[in-house]
Design a protein around this ligand. Structure first.
Ligand code: ATP
Ligand code: MG
Length: 563
């Protein structure tokens, strides 16, 4: 999408808002709106989750309702408190609160067990002694009914006895499961006697070794919604085909009219990255990236470290909207959202990524002037700062050419440029090393061209950023490019997305020079290095050894500073 297209975004309601308003107008659920965000604590949240979070918490906010945080912790082998903590941090960072409603599927293990036992008693569930592979081999196809398990018609007593013994740890993992007895010929494969309990002997991060059987996600999710009084259970499209099963369980469970209403919406997918916790975990484990919060990751902690603001993430989610159509969202729209936000809030500073020494030969070596420069031309309330100016400066290597082409309006022998907020200088000569590379550029300055001086308004074609060599601070700058060079790295059948890793996704520049006002900059502080891009202080930054991450370039060109 082009930046201008966002202005065309319709202000109308999306289909979920319409559905909720219809329920409210019909007086359903006594006018309550109660949603939940149900992450599985098996990884860090990514920007796809932000889309779900904005909807779940956003709808509750919009309609004066509540949103629960419920950890779907039904698989102890993959889950961890590290993930629980990071998920909470990320939701809060986005600006949402679950107040005191922090729940876990494991809070309901007792109730779910009782429900499973009641299904067995009613002849609606049975223990199957077959392995998962055999069971899935009997599932049939969309055109052929499944084959009934030889254990399907066990007696209630035998089923109950076996289920209890499964939970006492008597049987090995994978040796038996509990299945709902629904319909092996159903056109919906999820209704063909789905597995609802399995044996797992790994201790659980909350319930320890109390349980040896664990409910499957499909058996837990809908009932947890029901137990919590959720009115609108918003989830991604892949759960649409599970809905009849969730409804079947609720039909067997409930004694009242209330039922959570599931509404499905399209997932967020981004170009040039992968969006699944499993694939992201592989990148972390294999050390393809430096961790979950590597600034190249589409995780919320990665985006945060990169310099993204919660406002920009929410704005992006708003721009892409909620529909029923799967699509891949262009990462350049996310970049547009952060640029738009940082343009308003980031102070402008001077930072030189690839320094080239400039000596002003007619400027005294004994003085330093303080140049009074605005912090944000977009917003005067950001104030002004003093930037020291002296005889020796650094400019960007790219801003000088000894033999420039026509229309090169930066510095070149005999050519004039303005140093932003300071003087006009003219190049009079260069010094080269043995290899013939320019190591110093010699210039003269026009003393009357300073702001407030008689020649302040004199026009020259180019304006450069600069830092005073004696006052500059050293910095390391990390430039990021896309992690994958393919637009849809997961979209190739039988090809590992890692085949498409971009070998140049990280470039570390050392010896960068930034203005002294940045001495006190703290991790996550954000700046615009004028003419260069938006930068964010990294967690690795220390006084005396500043480290910046480039959040995004100023324009929609990734290659610009990488040349
Ligand atoms: P992943 O596939 O990345 O592992 P998941 O769906 O298994 O994600 P959960 O922790 O189960 O992750 O997700 C919590 C909620 O976030 C679910 O309601 C899910 O539908 C939603 N969600 C996950 N990924 C996306 C996405 N890419 N776009 C929108 N919502 C998402
Ligand atoms: Mg999941």
């Amino acid at each position: 999408m082009k930046e201008s297209e966002s202005i065309l975004k319709p202000e109308s309601q999306h289909f979920i808002e319409q559905a909720i308003e219809k329920d409210l107008s019909e007086g359903k659920n006594d006018g309550r709106v109660h949603t939940r965000f149900p992450p599985e604590p098996n990884g860090y949240l990514h920007i796809g989750h932000a889309k779900a979070i904005c909807l779940d918490f956003g709808m509750a906010e919009q309609y004066g309702g509540k949103c629960n945080l419920r950890f779907d912790d039904t698989n102890p082998t993959k889950e961890d408190v590290e993930y629980v903590d990071s998920i909470k941090e990320d939701i809060q960072w986005l600006g949402f609160t679950w107040e005191d409603r922090e729940f876990y599927a494991s809070d309901y293990f007792g109730k779910l067990w009782d429900f499973a036992v009641s299904l067995i008693r009613r002849g609606l569930a049975y223990v199957d002694d077959q392995g998962a592979d055999t069971i899935s081999g009997q599932k049939g196809t969309t055109t052929q009914p499944g084959i009934a398990s030889p254990f399907r018609d066990r007696s209630t007593e035998e089923n109950l006895d076996l289920f209890y013994r499964m939970n006492e740890g008597e049987f090995e993992e994978g040796s038996r499961v509990l299945r709902a007895k629904i319909d092996m010929a159903s056109p919906n494969m999820h209704m063909r006697d789905p597995i609802i309990y399995r044996i797992l002997k790994t201790p659980h991060h909350r319930t320890g070794s109390k349980w040896k059987v664990y409910p499957m996600y499909d058996f837990a999710h809908g009932q947890c919604d029901y137990f919590e009084g959720i009115t609108h259970s918003l989830c991604t499209l892949e759960f649409e085909v599970h809905r009849p099963l969730y409804d079947w369980f609720i039909d067997q469970l409930k004694a009242d009219d209330y039922r959570p209403r599931q509404i499905e919406f399209n997932r967020l997918n981004l170009t040039y990255t992968v969006m699944s916790k499993r694939k992201l975990l592989e990148l972390v484990k294999d050390k393809v990236v430096r961790g979950w919060d590597d600034p190249r990751m589409p995780t919320l902690c990665g985006l945060r470290r990169r310099g993204y603001t919660p406002e920009s993430v929410r704005r992006f989610v708003d721009l892409i909207g909620y529909t029923k159509v799967e699509a891949i969202n262009d990462v350049s729209l996310l970049e547009y959202a952060i640029r738009e936000d940082l343009n308003k809030r980031a102070p402008r500073v001077f930072g030189v990524l690839k320094p080239l020494k400039v000596i002003i030969i007619n400027y005294s070596g004994n003085i330093t002037e303080e140049m009074d420069i605005e912090n944000n031309p977009e917003d005067e309330s950001h104030g002004r700062r003093l930037v020291p100016f002296s005889r020796e400066l650094f400019i960007e290597q790219d801003d000088f050419m000894e033999n420039p082409p026509h229309k090169f309006f930066r510095l070149a022998p005999g050519q004039e440029v303005r140093l932003k907020g300071a003087y006009i200088i003219k190049c009079t000569g260069v010094v080269k090393n043995d290899a013939g590379e320019v190591t110093e550029v010699h210039c003269t300055y026009d003393p009357e061209s300073r702001s407030g001086g008689p020649q302040a308004g004199r026009k020259v074609k180019g304006t450069l950023h600069w830092v005073s060599a004696a006052h500059a601070l050293d910095a390391e700058v990390r430039l990021y490019d896309r992690l994958f060079s393919d637009e849809d790295p997961s979209g190739h059948r039988d090809v590992d997305p890692r085949e498409f890793l971009n070998p140049d996704s990280l470039t570390i520049l050392t010896g960068c020079k930034v203005e002294p006002s940045l001495a006190e900059a703290k991790p996550l502080d954000k700046f615009q290095f004028q003419r260069v891009g938006y930068f964010c202080v990294d967690y690795d930054s220390r006084p005396g050894k500043l480290v910046f991450n480039r959040t995004v370039g100023l324009k929609d060109t990734w290659a610009r500073m990488n040349r």
